[in-house]
Design a protein around this ligand. Structure first.
Ligand code: SF4
Ligand code: SF4
Length: 274
């Protein structure tokens, strides 16, 4: 079985405790206007060209029949500045598990492990399940997910993870649809399932100025989170620079200011994180 992965970040420090390898799954059903991984949105392999340094010399547009290049209509190997790559690499499940288990000793020593991230890993639920069957019991496995999935896909993956880090973005169904492109009902249902399950979990709230980071939304998300632990994440302003590299345009709808007080006061169990 093969999965499509757009990055593997080795020795990550902020994705679930200890030193971890984070696997970024390609494809996401959401289109959050603040997404900082535009190369993870499409479910297909795609060209990634670092446009800021491109001199537009045209060399990569010369016809090339190399099997790596033909599907993209560009030569991937000729750029004098090495600005062209492909976002998305197919991995066999056994090979990926073996690759990740190379660092088991470091994970064990630091209380770390493997984190499944994206994009949205649950979009490749069968592959995730197969990978987890190869990893569980050997290394600690965490998942970062939007929670947007059917109950079946959610549960088949979540049940095999040691820690679930799930986003809560917008409580209003209308605002959720407007700023992420999807209805939040499946997410709220899966959040309840997660809370009832007793599985170790954490809700993460991205603080997007004028969108998620408003008093009204924070209060409403605090109701949903209840006693569950919550991390409030600062907005990463570097996101916009990557959009042209995959031919996308960054939304200009994000405001300059958000909630100015201490947002943790609305929650029973929350911390802020940069
Ligand atoms: S070869 Fe490199 S510098 Fe020239 S157009 Fe292509 S990406 Fe730009
Ligand atoms: S859920 Fe995450 S990966 Fe998907 S669009 Fe939103 S921010 Fe990006």
């Amino acid at each position: 079985m093969k999965g499509l992965i757009f990055d593997i970040k080795e020795f990550a420090l902020h994705d679930g405790g200890g030193i971890r390898d984070t696997v970024f799954f390609k494809g996401c059903p959401l289109r959050c206007v603040w997404c900082h991984n535009p190369e993870g949105l499409s479910r297909e392999r795609e060209l990634y060209i670092r446009k800021a340094r491109c001199t537009n010399c045209g060399l990569c547009r010369t016809p090339c029949n190399h099997p790596d290049c033909a599907p993209f209509g560009r030569c991937l190997h000729i750029c004098p500045q090495n600005l062209i790559s492909v976002a998305g690499q197919e991995w066999e499940c056994d090979a990926l598990a073996e690759h990740l288990l190379r660092h088991k000793a470091i994970f064990d020593e630091t209380g770390g492990g493997v984190t499944l991230s994206g994009g949205e890993p649950l979009l490749q639920a069968d592959f995730c399940e197969a990978l987890l069957l190869r990893l569980s019991g050997k290394v600690h496995v965490a998942i970062e997910t939007s929670g947007y999935a059917s109950e079946e896909h959610f549960w088949k993956v979540i049940s095999k993870c040691d820690l679930v880090m799930m986003d809560l973005k917008l409580a209003s169904p209308t605002a959720h649809k407007e700023f992420t492109g999807v209805n939040n009902d499946p997410i709220l249902q899966n959040a309840k399932r997660l809370q009832k399950s007793g599985k170790e979990h954490l809700f993460r709230i991205p603080r997007i100025p004028s969108i998620t980071d408003t008093e009204e939304n924070l209060r409403a998300l605090a109701e949903i989170a209840g006693e569950s632990p919550v991390e409030l994440l600062s907005y990463n302003t570097m996101a916009a620079a990557k959009y042209p590299n995959v031919g996308r345009e960054f939304s200009r709808r994000i405001g300059k200011t958000g909630f100015e007080g201490d947002p943790t006061k609305f929650f029973q169990n929350a911390v802020c994180r940069k």
